[in-house]
Write a protein that binds this ligand. Structure first.
Ligand code: MRU
Length: 372
């Protein structure tokens, strides 16, 4: 999508010198105030980029991990090095299942390859994962567009459809297009007026700093609201539909997304507002059914909660503390929204009910045998 009118992706490959590849990313810890491109030259840099959330969002975590495997192979193409890289990257973040999916995929193509061909194969596979993600997100956009179109038909002509979203499930969380934002960008292309309520998304403010950034650059009308505002907006008929992303979807249709998503789904249910979840099939974990019980919920440093970084009026980037020095804080990064609160799952193959039956109707070939 666009930054300052120029097309940009979140991750790409540079061949710095013959035989030496560098993976480039947009550093999302610096947005929205600074646009900084960072070079990843080895496995450790890729792992750190995921852990520190220079890259984040389930699909982008998967693609970065895939490129991280290639960077590892560039340094050492032995079986042992591949296994070490796999384990190192797997430990970076626990919740998004795309990480495991992407790592499994790259490791599988490396097996039984002669060492001298492993770098080329790993790069090919990482590039394929990235390209597929773009196609998948665009298809999610096409299917989600129908829901926005229906909402527009139900309103007086020319009135904007109000979509509420939480966190950043936009192009910055993927390679391009995003998941929750793809239907919004497609609606914009089709000339359907849309306005987006952007939850700030404490503690890391992915909504306020990332979703707002991309909507602004894409010229989509939007308003940032505090996390607590959604219920009020819904009570007053100011939200036509919610669309959020997911880091892990169980085969029963429970969705695990950024902390606070569950509360929005509860408010949506109470107010009869449709609550949709947009997802690439790569976020479906066919091995589990019960999200509350089985999805590992990441806990991050309390510093992310007790401190905030922003730009001062004279342009300096500063970090300040916002809680009393002695107060303990707990930083749960995700929560699970049970399937019964979800109006539908928007996937690359269409929109399904949030249920095993619904998912299997779109992906009959998948997940027959739970992975060991
Ligand atoms: O902690 P983050 O920023 O990686 O969390 C991201 C989200 O919760 C997104 O909604 C999710 O990954 C879906 S991305 C298309």
């Amino acid at each position: 999508m666009l930054i300052d009118g120029r097309h940009q992706r979140t991750i790409w490959l540079e061949n710095d010198e013959p035989g030496r590849c560098v993976v480039r990313i947009l550093d999302q810890t610096r947005l929205p105030h600074e646009i900084v491109v960072v070079d990843l030259t080895d496995l450790e840099a890729a792992a750190v980029a995921i852990t520190t959330m220079q890259v984040r969002g389930a699909p982008l975590i998967g693609a970065t991990a895939a490129y991280g495997m290639a960077l590892a192979v560039q340094a050492d193409a032995s079986d042992e090095a591949v296994d070490v890289a796999y384990e190192r990257l797997m430990r970076t973040r626990p919740t998004a299942v795309n990480l495991r999916w992407a790592l499994d995929r790259v490791r599988a193509v490396l097996r039984n390859q002669p060492r001298e061909q492993r770098l080329a194969r790993a790069l090919e596979e990482a590039a394929a994962i990235a390209e597929e993600d773009v196609r998948i997100c665009k298809a999610i956009g096409d299917h989600g567009l129908e829901l926005i179109r229906d909402a527009a038909r139900a309103k007086p002509a020319g009135e904007a459809v109000n979509v509420l979203t939480h966190c950043n499930a936009g192009w910055l969380a993927t390679i391009d297009w995003g998941t929750a934002t793809a239907p919004i960008y497609r609606a914009q292309e089709e000339g359907i007026p849309v306005h987006v309520w952007v939850d700030e998304t404490r503690p890391r403010n992915q909504g306020a700093s990332l979703t707002a950034f991309e909507l602004l650059h894409q010229k989509v009308p939007h308003t940032v609201v505090a996390d607590n505002v959604g219920g009020h907006l819904m009570q007053h008929g100011m939200v036509d539909l919610c669309i959020v992303g997911t880091d892990r979807t169980t085969r029963g249709g429970d969705v695990c997304n950024k902390i606070g998503t569950y509360l929005k789904a509860l408010a949506a249910k109470d107010n009869g507002v449709p609550f949709y979840v947009a997802l690439p099939s790569t976020t479906i974990d066919w091995t589990i059914t019960d999200g509350v019980r089985d999805v590992p919920i990441e806990r991050r440093s309390p510093d992310e909660l007790t401190r905030m970084t922003g730009r001062t009026d004279d342009g300096r980037i500063e970090t300040v503390s916002i809680t009393p020095a002695g107060s303990p804080a707990a930083n749960y990064a995700f929560d699970v929204t049970p399937a019964h609160l979800v109006s539908g799952l928007i996937t690359e193959r269409g929109t399904a009910s949030a249920s095993e039956e619904g998912l299997r109707s779109l992906f009959p070939e998948a997940g027959r045998t739970p992975a060991a």
